[in-house]
Design a protein. Structure first.
Length: 179
């Protein structure tokens, strides 16, 4: 799912409005309210999709943790556990952000360039999932070869720190727009 699908979801929601909703949306005050709700729903759908993708990666990482344990790599289990924790923190932040973004969607007019800035962060987060897959593949190879595990774990940890930072910057942008 790309960040532009955030806007696609909004367009799809508008298209699915029934005739009564279309009539009501033309009344003063109602149109803005409905569009704000659709924006919030689209934002939530986007974040839910991102969280689901990250949860799949967390499950893979947990599987690698088991592989590491069964191959005698107990030395690395604390490091892997910290990385699993960072990934879970990111997932939880993404999942629970829904109501924290309400001030942005409560604005009567959100500038298009502000929406684009948020969409850019969303795209960056989705792009990083590809890098996360690569880092997990590197860790998997390192575990199988029993070589290079420390470097693979460090790379994965750094990537997750970057993802958490990107999500924090997204929240900062939203706070600046709404504040």
């Amino acid at each position: 799912m790309s960040a532009t699908s955030n806007f696609d979801s909004l367009d799809r929601a508008k298209d699915e409005m029934g005739s009564i909703e279309r009539f009501l949306s033309k009344l003063p005050g109602i149109k803005g309210y409905r569009e704000k709700e659709m924006r919030r729903d689209a934002d939530k759908q986007l974040r839910d999709a991102l969280a689901r993708r990250l949860e799949a990666r967390r499950r893979k990482l947990t599987g690698l943790q088991s592989d590491l344990l069964s191959s005698g790599g107990i030395l690395w289990l604390d490091d892997v556990e910290r990385i699993v924790g960072r990934l879970q923190l990111l997932i939880d932040r993404i999942k629970t952000a829904a109501y924290g973004y309400a001030p942005l969607w409560a604005l009567n007019r959100v500038r298009e360039d502000d929406l684009q800035r948020i969409a850019d962060f969303d795209q960056a987060l989705f792009d990083e999932v590809v890098r996360l897959d690569e880092a997990l593949a590197n860790l998997e190879q390192a575990v199988q070869a029993n070589d290079g595990i420390k470097a693979a774990l460090q790379s994965l940890g750094d990537l997750l720190n970057g993802l958490n930072d990107t999500f924090s910057r997204r929240a900062d942008v939203i706070q600046n727009i709404s504040g």
